[in-house]
Design a protein around this ligand. Structure first.
Ligand code: DAO
Ligand code: DAO
Ligand code: DAO
Length: 207
């Protein structure tokens, strides 16, 4: 399966490859409702993974068929858990994001996942959130066209960049998983994108 680098709602175009060999698995859009009245597109995103790291899933899934894997929950759960280098690239399309709304959205989307996943692996979620928040300045601007890269590096290190400038790294399996879960976990921000990502992940096991 191959993947279109153009996100169709927003027209945003993504590189086919980033970070030295991580190839595009799928693209999608993050929308939000304002007062339940109108929906706005906040950013388009692309999800990338390192091909050789994907092969870590071969031992368990190497003999499964594509049609079996494309809907298999356990397969995605293992991809979220495994030490596979991945990058999520966010391209901002809504140019009037306030830091306050970013904070609120973030506390809701990532905060709830940290809580959910830490039920099975105890960890100080408040401290993790604090660490992550402290990467960003209160006067950070995110105009239309800004690019945020969130990546999982070897050994479960979350690396954050804005317009190519590195803000910092945090070693946490839980934080990496909570962020990736937004894009291809059980209750994803964009369901079509998740399906595309899962299908392409499965497809790359086979090559
Ligand atoms: O500003 O009135 C508003 C609505 C903004 C919605 C905020 C959604 C933010 C999503 C997170 C963006 C992270 C880059
Ligand atoms: O402040 O309500 C809160 C709790 C934690 C929110 C975490 C938000 C982090 C997102 C970036 C903030 C930019 C200053
Ligand atoms: O879409 O709900 C979401 C969460 C997106 C996570 C983005 C984290 C990066 C935030 C950067 C803020 C810079 C001020």
């Amino acid at each position: 399966a191959s993947c279109s680098p153009v996100e169709s709602r927003t027209g945003e175009v993504f590189p086919e490859e980033v970070d030295g060999g991580r190839r595009l698995l799928g693209v999608g859009v993050r929308r939000t409702n304002v007062l339940g009245l109108k929906s706005i597109d906040v950013y388009a995103f692309g999800v990338y993974a390192d091909d050789s790291d994907i092969k870590k899933l071969n031992e368990k899934y190497g003999t499964a068929s594509l049609s079996e894997l494309k809907d298999k929950k356990e397969f995605i759960a293992d991809a979220l858990e495994s030490d596979i280098r991945m990058t999520v690239r966010l391209q901002i399309v809504y140019g009037r994001l306030s830091i306050r709304s970013v904070r609120n959205a973030f506390a809701k989307s990532v905060g709830t996942r940290l809580q959910k996943f830490s039920a099975s692996e105890p960890s100080d979620t408040d401290e993790l959130l604090q660490k992550f928040v402290s990467l960003f300045r209160d006067d950070q601007k995110l105009p239309k066209g800004s690019v945020i890269e969130l990546s999982r590096e070897e050994g479960y290190v979350l690396r954050t960049r804005i317009d190519g400038e590195e803000l910092g790294q945090i070693q946490s399996k839980l934080l990496c998983k909570s962020i990736l879960d937004l894009y291809f976990g059980e209750d994803p921000l964009d369901k079509n994108a998740k399906q595309e990502i899962q299908l392409n992940l499965a497809g790359r096991l086979k090559i």
